[in-house]
Ligand binder design. Sequence first.
Ligand SMILES: C[S@@+](CC[C@H](N)C(=O)[O-])C[C@H]1O[C@@H](n2cnc3c(N)ncnc32)[C@H](O)[C@@H]1O
Length: 243
Amino acid sequence: MKNKWIVKGIEDYQKNVPDEIHYRCRHRPTCSEYARQAYSRYNFFYASFLTTKRLLKCNRLFKPKYDPVPIKYSKIVKDARKIIRDHKNKELAIDATCGNGHDTIYLSKFYREVHSFDIQKLAIKRTESKLYYINNVKLYNDDFNNIPNYNLKADLIIFNLGFLPGSNRKVKTQDYTPEKAIRKCYDLLNDDGIMIICSYRAHDGGMDEFNKIIDEIKDLNYTVKEKYKNKEALIVIKKESHN
Ligand SMILES: C[S@@+](CC[C@H](N)C(=O)[O-])C[C@H]1O[C@@H](n2cnc3c(N)ncnc32)[C@H](O)[C@@H]1O
């Protein structure tokens, strides 16, 4: 962990500060939690810059909002976000693997309704803890293979494969036939809908998972973009319009 002693100092502060002071912060996470995350993730100078900026924003001139510490996303996630932003139909989106909630929160800015699934309770809890001031997200602690049971019709569906970052990595998408779930979820897309799949081929078993997916969707209209010397792949499936 970076800045160990500063982080410990903030944790001690968090344990001792009364709730009425702690929750006086305008944004979420609270300023101390923001600082804790910034110092544990980044070097001293960048973390201090971020924390100072956040403290300056914690006043009545700024509307309360979910204001997390910025994260450095992989290239395929950045590309996935561009697709999410640019997609023209923005009624309902499904996040099939909500994990730490980053994709869900991003979708919630653009789509009227977001339905997010994860097989792990921990992932649902982590996502739920980030939904301050966000009320267009519904969470389901369920397997992505069961998504068709919920009678949803979507404009966009995302599968961000792999394991839950910051967990013991025991639960991995590849152990739950994601290729079958993807195929079934394709039928839930509205005309002109899209499905985005972030695949990490350098992970143990990741290439096998990617190949199974490609085999399953070979008759659909899809593209694959490779990044980081082919270690990551972004698969985009487009549902043809019937007009
Ligand atoms: C790479 S993470 C997703 C990252 C997440 N979208 C985010 O923005 O933080 C992969 C997630 O897939 C979940 N997962 C694994 N198998 C699953 C299954 N059968 N159904 C639903 N979620 C599953 C894991 O629990 C993990 O949280």
